[in-house]
Design a protein around this ligand. Structure first.
Ligand code: C2O
Ligand code: CU
Ligand code: CU
Length: 514
């Protein structure tokens, strides 16, 4: 399809959803998944999407620390999918085609509210999956302020449900953050970045099979990666935003299936990064460019105060397709054309938060977890964690409130953003090893000293890029709840097949009984 003209539609600003009711037990929301038409670009016919409350991104939820939120996520989707469903994986031919379950990514909550992939349900809860227990999910919000996001997590369908539009953002605030006097109100803007492809009639394009697929492959057949040719921010294709000459705070999420970005400004100004996935950083860092893998979030301040009248492009320097001629090298445009409404009294603080290091904790267990490439019976790529599939029994059982190190050993040729539910972790280091040697005889031969994470990855994280041929170690304290959670690669095509594993937080007694 011909490329759509850039920067012709204004960036949609997201409205905060009002709760359906508020009681002593917190705010309750009813949110409904539905099919709806959306105008994503001036020159593109309407696109059929799936969205929460007929919106893409879904409605913004704002919460305050220690004030609980509950949500009933209603499924009113049609019974046929708008995208090609591969039923050859996970015995999906035996299950209803359209299944959903919502995960609030980054939230510390009980397993029943975490959106376990097998806790799926169909329209109006008619059919429910094996781990489904309740219709309303509870979010305690007993954690640090941050940008979280909710998205579909149904087993074997996550890539398609999210691509169809089932993703939204959730901002958790607290007193400490409020005391910093960061840009707020109209000057704090959440941005959800995704890549998509379209047919000329406006419909979403997602491959039914890999390019030049073997005729023996199932049809549809899952693809090992998806890279779109169009950028969509807050539901508009390559939008622009008119800003005042002052500081703005942007809460940025990469909600793409596979694509990672490296963001920078085309005028050479730095991005003042103040937060990452799980909280503010200890100290502000000035970044010339910031890597953003699927599911990662960054909290940045851009200072437009000296840029009156200028046009600035938020660029992406990470391929494929990132060279300017290819289109994917640009995300959106800022136009410093608005008059300053009032003096900018917000701060750009250096010291942001106290983040205690977990390194001094007693380490109960170190787990070595391999990211492995293999092939399935059709000779398709099958990516695995520790050579196990999603439905194999639990092998990781951290004890409640114990601190563990998880060492991810990436033996494949590309990086994987690894995400652990329930907890926020700290990245210890990345260490390269001889990948060729490993693939020959399984020897793990390190080729360098452990490297500290980048300065902007030294706070709380729940998703981290594990580069090819490295061992990346993270440290976390497991709790405050027990039960079954999951960890996985957040490239959705990998997560669905089959880079996802259950893990269980257990108590001592339970372990003794075994
Ligand atoms: Cu955002 Cu299990 O993932
Ligand atoms: Cu998550
Ligand atoms: Cu992966």
């Amino acid at each position: 399809m011909q490329r759509l003209e850039k920067f012709v539609d204004p960036l949609p600003l997201l409205n905060t959803l009002q709760p359906s009711n508020k009681t002593r037990n917190g705010a309750h929301y009813d949110i409904t998944m539905e099919e709806f038409p959306a105008k994503l670009h001036r020159d593109l016919p309407r696109t059929t999407l799936w969205g929460y409350n007929r919106q893409f991104p879904g409605p913004l939820i704002e919460a305050f620390r220690d004030e609980p939120v509950s949500v009933t996520w209603h499924n009113e989707l049609p019974n046929r999918h708008i995208l090609p469903v591969d039923t050859s994986i996970h015995d999906l031919d035996k299950l209803p085609t359209v299944r959903t379950v919502v995960h609030l990514h980054g939230m510390e909550t009980k397993p029943e509210s975490d959106g376990h992939p097998d806790a799926w349900y169909t329209r109006n809860f008619q059919v429910t999956g094996p781990t489904f227990t309740q219709r309303t999910f509870h979010y305690p919000n007993h954690q640090r302020s941050s940008l979280l996001w909710y998205h579909d997590h149904a087993m074997g369908l996550t890539r398609l449900n999210v691509y169809a539009g089932l993703a939204g953002m959730y901002i958790l605030r607290d007193k400490h953050e409020a005391s910093l006097n960061l840009p707020s109100g109209d000057y704090e803007i959440p941005l959800m970045i995704v890549d998509r492809s379209f047919h000329p009639d406006g419909s979403l394009s997602y491959p039914a099979q890999p390019n030049d697929a073997d005729p023996n492959l199932p049809n549809p057949s899952i693809v090992p990666a998806f890279l779109g040719d169009t950028i969509v921010v807050n539901g508009k294709i390559w939008p622009y935003l008119e800003v005042e000459p002052r500081k703005y705070r942007f809460r940025i999420l990469n909600a793409s299936n596979t694509r990672g970005y490296r963001l920078s400004l085309d005028n050479g100004e730095v991005l003042h990064q103040i937060g990452s996935d799980g909280e503010l950083l200890r100290k502000r860092v000035e970044m010339e460019e910031i890597g953003l893998q699927p599911a990662e979030r960054i909290d940045v301040i851009i200072d437009f105060s000296e840029l009156e009248g200028q046009t600035i492009i938020l660029k992406n320097n990470l391929g494929p397709g990132a060279d300017p001629a290819d289109g994917m090298g640009e995300i959106m445009q800022f136009r410093v054309t608005e008059k300053l409404k009032s003096k900018d009294t917000s701060n750009l603080p250096v010291n942001l938060s106290y983040v205690p290091s977990l390194k001094q904790d007693e380490i109960k267990t170190v787990r070595y977890l391999k990211l492995v490439g293999s092939t399935d019976e059709y000779d398709r790529p099958l990516l695995l964690l520790n050579n196990l599939k999603w439905h194999d029994p639990v092998t990781e059982n951290p004890q409640l409130d114990s601190t563990e190190i998880w060492a991810f050993i990436n033996t494949t040729n590309f990086s994987h953003p690894i995400h652990i539910h329930l907890i926020q972790f700290q990245v210890l280091d990345h260490q390269t090893f001889d990948l060729e040697r490993f693939n020959e005889d399984g020897t793990l031969l390190f080729t360098g000293a452990p490297q500290a994470p980048l300065a902007n990855n030294r706070s709380w994280k729940d998703t981290i890029e594990v580069p090819a041929g490295t061992m990346t170690r993270v440290i976390a304290n497991f709790g405050p709840y027990t039960g079954e959670y999951v960890w996985h690669c957040h490239i959705l095509e990998h997560e669905d097949y089959d880079m996802m594993r259950p893990y269980r937080v257990i108590t001592d007694e339970r372990k003794d009984k075994k």
